[in-house]
Each structure stands twice: as C-alpha cells, then as structure tokens.
Ligand binder design. Structure first.
Ligand SMILES: [Zn+2]
Length: 400
C-alpha cells in the first residue's frame, strides 16, 4: 500500500538558489524534448512514436550538451521523460480529453520536481536529500514506518517549500469492529447528516473568505496597474532597460498574501474532512453514501458554491481509502427517490422543493426531518444491496 506524507521544507538561501536551478532543469528537459517531439511529428507524422526507453537514452546527450543538467538528480529527469511520454500518449489516444502537451513556463506559480532516489532521515527534523544535502524539515516521525518510493519537492505560490513523499507501507491496520452501520446524506446546510440523526456541520470560514476576496480584488487591481506601468515604461524610447510584470514588488507581495490565505482555507477544509472521516470510520463498520455525480450537480449554479465548499468529491475519496485502510466497508447507492420516500412505511410522497425541510407522511403519519429521513433511506438501500450483511446482525441493530 502506498501512503502519502507531506512535509514542510526549510532550505537555506544557498539551497533555495540550487532548487531554482533544479526546478529549471526539469522544465528545460521537458521543453527540449517536447519541442523535439513536435518537430519530429511535423516532419513526418507516420514515424513511430518514441517510447520511454528511447527518451531516456537521449538524456546523456542532453547532459553532454548542457552540463548544468548534471546538477539534477538524474532520476528526476527520468520522471520528466516518463510524464512527457504519458502526456504524449494520452494526447494521441483521447485528444478530446487531454489536449496537446504544453510547454512549461518559468512563470508558473508552482514549481516542482519529482525524483526516485533515496531520502535519508539523518536526525529528528533533518533529511538528506539527493544533490541538496541536509535540509531541515517538519516532523520526520511519520516517515520511519516504510520505504520511500518517490519524493516531490515543490515551491508553492505561498513562497513555502514542501516535500511530498510516497511511502510504501506493508499492510493495512484494521480498527476494532463496532458492529454498527450508518447512512449519510450529503446536505447543503450541513456537510453530512447521518441516519442516527447527527448533523455534521460545514466549516465556518467566513472571515478567511472575506480576506481572500479582499486580497483577490487588491491583487488584480495592482496587477492591472503594473501592466499599464510596464507598457508605458517599455514604450518609452529613453529607457535602455525593459521591465517585466514580475519587477513590480507590491503586486508580487500581495499575490503571495492572497495565496497564503487561500492555502490556509484549503488546509482547514482538508483538516475538517479528515476529522469527520476518521470519526466515521472509527465509529461504524459499514458506511453507506449516495453515488453523487458531483460534476453534474455543479452545473446547477445555485448548488455549485456550497457544494464546492463542502468538498464532496474529496470527502468521498477520503472515506474510500480510509475504509480500505482500516478494514471497513463503504457502499454507494443510487441517489434517486431518497428524499421522497418515507423511511418508515416506504410511501412515495413525490418530489418536494429544497426549501421543505420537514414533512409528515400522509400514509403513516410519521413526522420526518428531510435530511435524516433521506439518510435512513440511503442506509436501508445500501444494506438491501448487500445480502451478505444480513447475517452479521447489522440490520437488526438499525431498523427500530
Ligand atoms: Zn410513512
């Protein structure tokens, strides 16, 4: 099993310079090889496509021609050729979905490279990375468990450096069984509503959102002003030096502040989801959720915003791997009719507008909370779809 760990890196100024070079080397190799492949295709489209091995064979030639490539971890250049080959193949297989591989720009906000060499843990919070040497990091304690398969060093728009590791861990560690099942309805006012009647709240990040909006406005205004100033300066014949947009420091600075607020909000959302999913996985053996097509729902403009906030897709992905990891079961059911049906007697009461939060069943007279009723329906549908669960006595526990 592969596990991802992300650490913060604190490179020294000299190492930061070196990293700029290493990011640039990977980009350089990508662009050189892509240009070559484009040219080759243009000359004769009938030529057989280069495979990974053939691309790797070109690397030593490139290194002889451009000696600065020797400063890179050579495994990272192999990752570049592999990605390029994959992108090229995807383009030929499904052009509508993937599009033509593009050249990488020095101005991309996020710079990164991936390598496959070994990273050693030297001491608490100190790693030895290929070519870079000793780098200070955050919490190395998470790494000791397994073998590091590949590493990615990145420089984010926030100005911070990160190290993402792919670690091979021997096997899953199942959590103790609780013999309980739960159905979850994904709400708009709440992140999730369980069939036990618990409503899990969405993250309240109003302050952060205001800050982000404020800095977005400010950044775009400053960017516009800088663009005008750069054009005027470059147009003026008296100046010998040409300016670039990046020379405007106040715009750069506020762009970084904006990025930091955005990153903070993203981290809070991720953490919120982690807390909820781990809680669910600890508490229940079987979790039933709706098989929502998030993409389809997002086309509905009113729902889109709160949905993107709640991060349903990510919630589901987290539940999937955590259930795998901890030996629990995740069932997905079709979302049709879950909010129309009475969970007590099964009466179909027809479609109701979203504004109706509570209703009473005409047939059996039971009063329902819309979301909890839907969650119970989801749970029942999920258990009905897996006859093997009946034997475990789960069903008896829930249908009261
Ligand atoms: Zn009823």
């Amino acid at each position: 099993m592969l596990k991802g760990v992300k650490l913060r890196l604190y490179p020294k100024p000299a190492q930061q310079m070196q990293l700029t070079q290493l990011f640039g080397n990977d980009r350089f190799v990508w662009n050189q090889l892509l240009a070559m492949m484009n040219q080759r295709y243009e000359n004769n489209p009938a030529l057989p496509r280069l495979n990974n091995y053939q691309l790797d064979r070109l690397l030593p030639c490139l290194k002889r021609e451009y000696p600065f490539l020797k400063e890179s971890d050579s495994s990272s250049l192999q990752v570049v050729t592999k990605n390029l080959n994959q992108a090229w193949q995807n383009f030929f297989k499904v052009p509508a979905q993937f599009g033509k591989p593009r050249f990488h720009s020095r101005r991309f906000l996020r710079q990164s490279y991936t390598g496959k060499s070994t990273c050693q843990i030297i001491a608490k919070r100190y790693l030895k990375l290929p070519k870079l040497g000793y780098v200070k990091t955050s919490k190395t304690g998470q790494i000791t468990a397994g073998k590091i398969k590949r590493y990615t060093i990145s420089h984010e728009p926030t100005g911070r450096y990160y190290l993402a590791l792919q670690i091979e861990v021997s096997d899953a560690q199942p959590l103790p069984k609780t013999n309980q099942a739960v159905g979850l309805d994904m709400g708009l006012t709440h992140l999730a509503i369980s069939s036990d009647g618990i409503k899990y709240a969405t993250l309240n990040a109003k302050w952060l959102q205001t800050q982000i909006e404020r800095w977005q406005r400010k950044t775009s205004r400053q960017r516009y002003q800088a663009t005008v100033a750069v054009r005027q300066w470059n147009h003026d014949q008296r100046h010998f030096v040409q300016l670039e947009l990046a020379d405007y420091q106040n715009w750069q600075r506020s762009r970084q502040i904006k990025a930091r607020y955005q990153a903070k909000l993203a981290n809070q959302r991720k953490d919120w989801l982690h807390q909820l999913t781990i809680r669910l996985v600890r508490q229940y053996d079987v979790i039933v959720i709706e098989d929502l097509k998030v993409k389809n729902l997002q086309k509905n403009h009113h729902l889109a915003r709160s949905m993107a906030n709640a991060g349903w897709g990510r919630f589901r992905a987290m539940l999937t791997y955590k259930c795998d990891w901890y030996g629990k079961q995740l069932i997905t059911v079709s979302p049709s009719y879950t909010s129309q049906q009475c969970s007590h007697c099964g009466f179909q009461s027809g479609a109701k507008p979203l504004a109706v939060r509570e209703w009473t069943c005409v047939k059996c007279g039971r009063h329902h909370d819309r979301d909890i009723n839907a969650a119970i329906n989801i749970l029942q549908a999920g258990l009905a779809s897996r006859p093997e669960l009946k034997a475990t006595g789960l069903e008896r526990a829930l249908v009261k």
